[in-house]
Design a protein around this ligand. Structure first.
Ligand code: ZN
Length: 403
């Protein structure tokens, strides 16, 4: 009797290590709803960070995995409202593929998830290592920004890193200036005013690596570029969504008195650049839509524009369409953020603020990439960034300041 019990215990329990979930790292986010060791099933929802926007981003590390023993990762919507009484629909936290990494650096898509009747998405993971990073999309964290900026200063010793500001929580928002500040052309490119839109920073990394390459040598010689890899550093570090934060998110904060110090600092620097040298282009990188393709939001007044403005915005979208072709071609026509119906709110969007505070020849647009595809990988986003760089090269080559 004793012996058979011992055997039973032996065969039932010690064969597998316990699966554990951790999120105590930058960008980590998951609220564990259920964890069943026997079936290797873990059910999560994105954790709600009060007043910090959409609970859609999740990123966790699984440990104690058994090689060859599949894990079922179920993702459901956060059940509590993120703003007033609004609960975020499940789809925002359920990409077709989860993204996997054994080292936290290189990321591949999982098998496609399966949507259940109960509005959960189940991803079957087949671990080849005992621990696995699993995320909503390929992450880009403050540490990645640091690595990237260090890489740029090593490649281009004349470039100059700067601290845009400290955030409200005291974190540093880093940027880099590449080129002489009195250069003929002045450009500002930034990403992640919406923290969860990780593809924005991935596009930014592809762009800036191209910009630092030999192919961009002529462009660099006549341009002063300011580049910010992550604007909303606080929410990126916390793993919070950022979008529709209370009282407003970064891309609705471009008012006379911004609440985010990094937005205020960007406004000051952009104004100063424009006053001293003229600003040629402001490009803000976003990554909002599940099934949207790649497109630019243009100015609401585009159809009514005349002269230099009309010429420059038209030329930009033509050159973007010629150059941004992978993994999908960019749409050859602007879209307009007509979902923002309130004039006052429109006036607080960064691209509008820049248009209002710069000149006739200034281009101010946002580049929007979709995310719900295995092609929107680190490499896929990077290719969009390379295309963006080539479009900028061709655009400045024609000199947007010509009469
Ligand atoms: Zn956005």
């Amino acid at each position: 009797m004793k012996r058979s019990l011992a055997l039973f215990v032996f065969f039932t329990f010690p064969l597998h290590a316990e699966m554990r979930v951790s999120t105590d790292f930058d960008g980590g986010n998951a609220e564990v709803v259920k964890l069943d060791q026997a079936s290797q099933t873990v059910r999560i929802m994105p954790k709600l960070h009060e007043a910090r926007g959409w609970p859609c981003w999740w990123y966790l590390k699984l440990e104690g995995l058994t090689l060859g023993r599949p894990v079922q990762l179920q993702v459901q919507a956060q059940t509590k409202p993120f703003r007033d009484s609004t609960v975020l629909p499940a789809a925002w936290s359920q990409p077709k593929h989860a993204w996997l990494s054994s080292d936290g650096t290189s990321w591949t898509p999982s098998e496609a998830g399966a949507r259940g009747d109960d509005k959960t998405m189940t991803y079957t993971l087949r671990p080849k290592t005992q621990s696995l990073h699993v995320a909503w999309g390929p992450p880009f964290l403050p540490a990645d920004a640091e690595t990237l900026l260090a890489e740029l200063t090593a490649t281009l010793p004349a470039s100059k890193r700067f601290e845009l500001s400290k955030t409200r929580d005291g974190r540093a928002v880093h940027g880099i200036r590449i080129g002489d500040d009195k250069a003929r052309h002045q450009v500002w490119i930034g990403a992640r005013q919406h923290a969860w839109e990780t593809g924005g920073s991935q596009v930014g990394r592809g762009f800036i690596r191209w910009y630092a390459s030999d192919e961009a040598k002529t462009l660099r010689a006549k341009t002063c570029l300011h580049f910010i890899p992550i604007m909303d550093v606080d929410n990126v570090a916390l793993g919070a969504g950022g979008k529709e934060a209370v009282p407003r998110d970064h891309n609705r904060d471009w008012a006379d008195a911004p609440i985010y110090p990094e937005v205020a600092a960007a406004q000051r620097m952009i104004s100063e650049i424009h006053q001293k040298h003229g600003l040629d282009a402001y490009i803000d990188l976003h990554n909002p839509g599940a099934n949207d393709p790649i497109f630019f939001f243009g100015p609401f007044a585009f159809e009514r524009m005349t002269g230099t403005q009309q010429r420059n915005y038209s030329r930009w979208i033509e050159l973007a369409a010629e150059n941004i072709t992978s993994p999908y071609p960019v749409e050859p026509k602007y879209r307009f953020a007509t979902y923002v119906t309130d004039e006052e709110e429109r006036s607080r969007m960064s691209s509008g603020w820049v248009r209002k505070h710069t000149g006739d020849f200034t281009l101010s647009v946002t580049l929007e990439t979709g995310w719900n595809s295995p092609l929107m990988s680190v490499e896929g986003y990077s290719n969009v960034g390379i295309g963006l760089g080539r479009a900028l090269r061709d655009y400045l080559e024609e000199d947007p300041r010509r009469p």
